[in-house]
Design a protein around this ligand. Structure first.
Ligand code: ARG
Length: 472
């Protein structure tokens, strides 16, 4: 980027003859956004073309002006795409850079483009257009991740693992069921994305600086050309509203919180203490000092990046909280947090969609872990309840049995029928426990018996996967 020998840029500044001296160099750097808002170049041009077409339809500019603007913009587009465009710091932002180049290329028609418009409604339009296409890209990647989870869950609908509460072994579940919990979270994220897109897909242009414009503009035409569902209703709100950027960062924060929870589990499962899964080497890194190490860097970084996305949300909320209506230059600070959230979410989703299908599941290790820690104790209590014992009494009886097994360092299924009756303190009521109890005390029996919608039984997991596929 050059800081320009362009005459427009050098005189006083791009905006007007009102200024008697050039802006201080540090102030110029401090106030410029061209370093980051170049990302808007293509949507800025699209917005300008739609505006110019409307100006011509409304006879505010001539059809010759429109043709000149279209021709100039085509040239500018190709200069930008080929990296030839000379972005100038002195021209402050993407809007003034493109407009100055247009005027250099086509003369007076370029100077007429800004009729009935301000950079305030222009930048608000650019933001919405840019975010809309980012949202559409993210929806596609999020769908790939959801599909990857469904596929892996289907493979492991009957793979047994320990379910935890308080990170203590609680009850046996299936790995497919566990994965489907994340599918649910990401499906809610997807629906939040659809919601927020529908709310922000409205056109700010026409609001001009803040109060609207005196020209006979047709906002509906511009909205239609740019694929908006309607126009922003209030000109002051149109130029100053950044709710959509905040909503996107809120969506991103919740999504990243979900990714972070999944990451935390992958990290635990990958640790040799668990040893439930393995990840291909290409998603891991080694240590520069410990040759034996294989580190789960991708999930760790995703967990770490969650913090910066929360930061983006807090930055934007704080940016807006003290602003009087309407536009204030503070708003220029809206872009970097939004870009950061979009980039982080998109990269994270892409890498997880790639990685999930390659999670290597160590089913034997998972099953063995589920068999430790008396994961089927609740099943025994439920069995006793079905035989007529009150649940609290059953709970107590099983607690005694578990205590006895801990003392003997064995599992509930290692006990004989009479030992089990005795351990439960129920040897005086043998009718409460018979031989059929042992099938229930296996981890397979335990998951099989959770046969209701939303339960962990393999059939129910397959049904949930089927519903998930239908939703996608
Ligand atoms: N670069 C500015 C921004 O990002 C564009 C709008 C400038 N408007 C103004 N009145 N200075 O917000």
């Amino acid at each position: 980027m050059s800081s320009s020998n362009n005459s427009l840029a050098n005189k006083a500044q791009a905006w007007s003859a009102r200024f008697a001296e050039p802006v201080d160099e540090l102030v110029q750097r401090y106030t410029a956004s061209i370093g980051f808002d170049q990302r808007f170049a293509m949507v800025d041009i699209a917005g300008s073309l739609a505006h110019a077409e409307m100006l011509a339809t409304q006879k505010i500019i001539s059809s010759q002006d429109l043709a000149d603007i279209q021709k100039g913009m085509a040239q500018i587009k190709s200069e930008i795409e080929s990296g030839q465009f000379n972005w100038q710091l002195a021209l402050e932002d993407v809007h003034l850079n493109i407009e100055a180049r247009l005027t250099a290329l086509v003369g007076d028609a370029g100077k007429r483009l800004h009729t009935g418009r301000s950079r305030n409604d222009q930048v608000a339009t650019d933001l919405r257009l840019w975010l809309r296409s980012s949202v559409d890209d993210i929806a596609v990647t999020l769908k790939s991740l959801r599909l990857a989870l469904l596929d892996l869950a289907e493979k492991h609908a009957a793979t047994i693992m320990p379910g935890h509460t308080h990170l203590q072994v609680a009850q046996p579940i299936t790995f497919g069921h566990h994965l489907m919990a994340y599918f649910e979270m990401f499906s809610r994220d997807a629906s939040r994305l659809v919601d927020l897109r529908a709310r922000f897909n409205r056109l700010p242009l026409g609001a001009a600086a803040l109060a609207g414009t005196t020209y006979p503009i047709d906002r509906e035409q511009v909205a239609k050309t740019l694929g908006f569902d309607g126009i922003c209703n209030n000109s002051l709100d149109a130029v100053s509203d950044r709710d959509f950027a905040i909503e996107f960062c809120a969506f991103s924060s919740i999504l990243m919180m979900h990714v972070s929870r999944l990451s935390e589990e992958l990290i635990l499962w990958l640790s040799p203490r668990f040893g439930f899964i393995d990840l291909p080497d290409r998603f891991c890194t080694g240590s520069s000092i410990m040759p034996q190490k294989k580190n789960p860097d991708v999930p760790e970084l995703a967990r770490g990046k969650t913090g910066r996305v929360y930061g983006d949300l807090i930055s934007l909320l704080t940016l807006m909280k003290g602003q009087p209506l309407a536009y204030n230059k503070d708003n220029q600070e809206d872009k970097e947090p939004l870009f950061d959230a979009v980039d982080t979410v998109q990269d994270t989703l892409r890498i997880f969609a790639d990685m999930v299908p390659h999670i290597e599941v160590k089913a034997e290790v998972m099953k063995k872990a589920a068999e430790e820690g008396f994961a089927t104790a609740t099943d025994l209590a439920d069995y006793l309840v079905k035989k007529g014992l009150a649940f609290r009494d059953a709970h107590e009886a099983v607690a005694h049995a578990v205590k006895a097994c801990v003392g003997r360092n064995c599992m509930l299924t290692d006990l004989s029928l009479s030992e089990l009756r005795f351990a439960c303190g129920l040897d005086n009521r043998p009718e409460l426990i018979s031989d059929d109890v042992f099938a229930l005390l296996t981890v397979d029996g335990s998951v099989q018996s959770r046969q209701h919608a939303g339960g962990t039984a393999p059939d129910q997991v397959l049904a949930a996967i089927k519903r998930g596929r239908a939703d996608l």
